[in-house]
Design a protein around this ligand. Structure first.
Ligand SMILES: Cc1cc2nc3c(=O)[nH]c(=O)nc-3n(C[C@H](O)[C@H](O)[C@H](O)COP(=O)(O)OP(=O)(O)OC[C@H]3O[C@@H](n4cnc5c(N)ncnc54)[C@H](O)[C@@H]3O)c2cc1C
Ligand code: FES
Length: 283
């Protein structure tokens, strides 16, 4: 267990081999790629095994075409939606550097080298009646597949979608299709203060309308969720980000901080990216 942010401890979820078949290395046809906002793209790919992955898992995708060498390393991307009926899956990403810029120049009809699905998925409770997802920025992409799965299983979905600016809000169309109750906030409008988010979240946990909360993209929102959920026994799971070279536990480059001199902290790619959060006394 490692402590992060102050007041929150991360617990590695018990591995469930049935949920994590060995990742597949695939040459996946790109079936669609289009811009959905100024800096955001939706990429749809076809692969029968990856299309049957679990919510919260991700893929490692090589941004370049087969014979191009720069950038060399694949990039981790959450699966935004699984479309098993057509053996497709979708990624939504923001262009932030060379890899994502090169990826945005790929087109339908090309093939992308992908490995996945990898990582610990979110664990949705059987019989879940209400799920709250809290996403900040592009981090919301790690939560959408879980929200879809929960809704398909009959749960009511609530969502907090937060970003720096209104145009960076992700997933609003998807949450609308799920008939989710949504609080959309952004920094530019001055609507994203923790107090406002807390005023949306607190009544949901106090009235028992949600039994699980999933968070991605903000340590501040993780801490808020854990603080509000703990007194009511509502479970909080979080998806973390880290720089990743391999995505499958070889390079140890994604270790989540140091636990001690002789103990390595969890690897975000192998032990996460999904962890359970527990409230602890802040140091
Ligand atoms: C499990 C997981 C799932 C992810 N899912 C998505 C997703 O669905 N959509 C999406 O847009 N992005 C996602 N990311 C982040 C994505 O992998 C990075 O934005 C991408 O690798 C950047 O590549 P680049 O070559 O464009 O940028 P780089 O040139 O590598 O970096 C550009 C800037 O982004 C920062 N950066 C790069 N990688 C990360 C990271 N992992 N976390 C925080 N900052 C980073 C760098 O420090 C630098 O400031 C995910 C990351 C992880 C670990
Ligand atoms: S990215 Fe290589 S061990 Fe996690």
């Amino acid at each position: 267990m490692s402590v992060f942010p102050p007041g929150v401890a991360l617990q590695v979820l018990a591995p469930d081999p049935s949920e994590r078949p060995p990742p597949r290395f695939a040459a996946a046809p790109i079936t669609a790629q289009y811009r959905i906002a100024a800096e955001h793209y939706l990429l749809r790919l076809r692969d029968p095994q990856i299309a049957r992955g679990a919510p919260g898992q991700f893929v490692m995708i090589k941004p370049t075409r087969a014979l191009e060498v720069h950038p060399q390393l694949p990039r981790p991307m959450a699966v935004y939606r699984y479309l098993p009926a057509s053996e497709e899956f979708e990624i939504v990403y923001r262009v932030v550097g060379t890899g994502t810029r090169v990826l945005s120049e790929r087109a339908a009809g090309e093939v992308a080298e992908v490995m996945g699905p990898v990582g610990q998925p979110f664990r949705l409770r059987p019989g879940l009646a209400g799920l709250l997802v809290i996403g900040r920025g592009i981090g919301t992409c790690s939560l959408t597949a879980a929200a879809e799965r929960a809704a398909a299983q009959g749960a009511r979905v609530y969502a907090v979608v937060s970003a720096r600016r209104r145009e960076f809000l992700v997933g609003l169309d998807l949450f609308a299709r799920l008939e989710a109750e949504v609080l959309a906030v952004n920094d530019a409008d001055g609507t994203s203060a923790p107090a406002r988010v807390g005023a949306f979240v607190a009544p949901l946990v106090e009235a028992g309308r949600v039994q699980q909360i999933l968070v991605c993209g903000s340590h501040r929102l993780i801490a808020l969720a854990v603080r509000l959920a703990a007194p009511y026994g509502v479970e909080v799971q979080v998806s973390l980000e880290a720089h990743m070279a391999c995505g499958i536990g070889y390079c140890h480059g994604c270790s989540h901080g140091a636990v001690g001199e002789s103990e390595e902290a969890p690897l975000v790619c192998r032990d996460g990216p999904v962890f359970r959060c527990l409230q602890v006394e802040a140091a």
